[in-house]
Write a protein that binds this ligand. Structure first.
Ligand SMILES: [Zn+2]
Length: 394
């Protein structure tokens, strides 16, 4: 697990947990308000790309690409949230910390920008699902070609255990016994690989990567292609939750250890990044990752350092139980009845634990991580000669 120093960071006067927002809608509204207020100090440009579906209160669902600083930055730090929908609470909390605490005191260099990409998957964030409006895991959707027969054979063999058609207790006990038997024979890591690497065959199954690029992926790549087209270097952190020990953070890349992308990530974050291919990460290799799509959308020659910051919540079985129940609810249940409400509430707990200690630890660590990323991206005005943290303290 990665432990970065948190001592130098100002959590904000109301404490770190206060940066968590109560919903996608409120997070977005406050984000836009704060950006408007900040525009007196920094140049601010917000490019919002709405998707078709609405949120639970009828609100617009959009990806908001918020550029603070240079319009066409040469160097940029991007902090993105909500690739996995409901996980967006944590990424959004760090974005609100940046707006509340860091940016008011930050001096950006003239040709640099700090970008907050709010809600890569706004549907999932608003509706408390990991997936998008088409049941697609956005972080399996960044492919050039989709093969609708692509699926791990063992996923197919375990299909009804991973994607139950009912929640009958006797049937569920039998399914979980089959999963336990698989784990006993092949190991937890092999089970994780099979369950989460991404499949393109079953639109109603968990970890469905889609059969075409979805609206969120298309919007995000278009935003990057347009606003970062002059970028010579980009450092990008995408914030996730649900894997690893509670409250701990692991920086992960989908790049293999012998690649330039891995080396750039290691250089940016002081050798603390784990490759999902190396066996020492909480993640296993997965298909169709965001960073592969982004690398293609950035201009040729741009130096691109990317990592997923993954914050642990609950043990893997609880997280998987939440995900498969949510998938059952979407296809077979009723969100408005007592069972539906309990499943939604457990989904929230699995990816955004209610305990204030958890929220506080995550924001304190995340704030330190953002500060080291600001340094790695080299976006501040060096004439000042102080670290961002010193300037941000009030
Ligand atoms: Zn995630």
């Amino acid at each position: 697990m990665t432990t970065l120093p948190a001592a130098s960071v100002d959590p904000g006067s109301a404490g770190p947990a206060s940066h968590f927002q109560p919903s996608y809608r409120v997070s977005r509204e406050r984000l836009l308000e704060k950006l408007h207020a900040l525009s007196a100090r920094h140049p601010v440009l917000v490019d919002s790309r709405a998707i078709g579906p609405r949120g639970p209160h009828g609100e617009t669902l959009a990806l908001d690409f918020c550029i603070v600083g240079a319009r066409r930055p040469k160097r940029a730090l991007v902090l993105s949230s909500g690739t996995h929908g409901v996980e967006g609470y944590t990424g959004s909390a760090l974005q609100h910390w940046v707006l509340d605490v860091l940016l008011p005191g930050l001096r950006l260099a003239d040709d640099c920008a700090l970008v907050l990409q709010h809600a890569n998957n706004p549907y999932g964030f608003a509706w408390h699902r990991r997936v998008d409006e088409d049941n697609v895991d956005l972080n399996r959707n960044f492919l050039d070609d989709f093969d609708p027969s692509r699926c791990p054979p063992d996923y197919e063999a375990l299909y009804e255990c991973l994607n139950p058609v009912d929640l009958d207790p006797a049937n569920e006990a039998r399914r979980w016994a089959r999963i336990a038997d698989y784990i006993a024979r092949h190991g937890q890591r092999q089970f994780q690989q099979v369950a989460v690497e991404g499949q393109y065959k079953f639109p109603q199954g968990i970890q469905f990567g889609g059969q075409r690029r979805g609206a969120s992926a298309r919007h995000l790549l278009a935003l990057v292609g347009e606003h970062l087209r002059d970028a010579e270097s980009v450092v990008w952190l995408d914030i996730h939750t649900g894997l690893g020990e509670s409250g701990s953070c692991e920086l992960i890349t989908g790049a293999a250890p012998d690649t330039p992308a891995f080396a750039r990530a290691q250089q940016a974050w002081g050798g603390q990044v784990h490759s999902s291919y190396s066996g020492d990460s909480v993640s296993t290799p997965v298909n169709g990752l965001l960073d592969l799509g982004l690398a293609q959308a950035l201009p040729p020659g741009c130096r691109f350092a990317f990592a997923y910051a993954e914050y642990g919540t609950w043990p893997p079985e609880r997280v998987l139980r939440a995900m498969r129940a949510d998938n059952w609810l979407h296809h077979h249940g009723d969100r408005g009845d007592a069972t539906g409400r309990a499943i939604e509430s457990e989904m929230l707990e699995a990816f955004r634990p209610a305990a204030p200690d958890w929220a506080g630890a995550v924001v304190a660590h995340g704030a330190s991580l953002v500060e080291s990323s600001v340094e790695a991206a080299n976006i501040t005005d060096r004439r000042c000669g102080k670290r961002a943290s010193e300037r941000s303290r009030r």
